[in-house]
Design a protein. Structure first.
Length: 105
């Protein structure tokens, strides 16, 4: 019986660590993108809608942030590169995706 509890506690700890890591990556990517847009691009915080997601791409591109700005028909997709710089991976306008991979800061 003690072995079962040890295994269950071990599995629980591993799950908490994995979920914590994913949340950390989401929050850090989203905060960096929002900070860039507000400070460098002059976008008002109230006009930004953002959602971090897992893109199933390799490396840093796996942790992306989708950004929609009020009164702008485009959807922008950002990620943080290994140097912690915000990169505009692509934007979508009228259903057409334009890939840029442009370092923004």
């Amino acid at each position: 019986m003690k072995k079962i509890y040890k295994y269950l506690i071990s599995i629980f700890i591993v799950l908490v660590i994995i979920i914590g890591f994913v949340q950390y990556k989401f929050i850090s990517a989203e905060n960096a993108v929002l900070e860039y847009l507000i400070e460098n691009e002059g976008v008002l915080e109230d006009s930004i809608e953002s959602e971090p997601f897992i893109a199933n791409l390799s490396g840093d591109k796996n942790w992306m942030v989708s950004v929609n700005i009020k009164n702008d028909p485009r959807s922008y997709y950002y990620y943080l590169n290994h140097e912690k710089k915000v990169v505009l991976e692509s934007y979508t306008e009228n259903g057409v995706e334009n890939v840029l991979n442009q370092i923004m800061n």
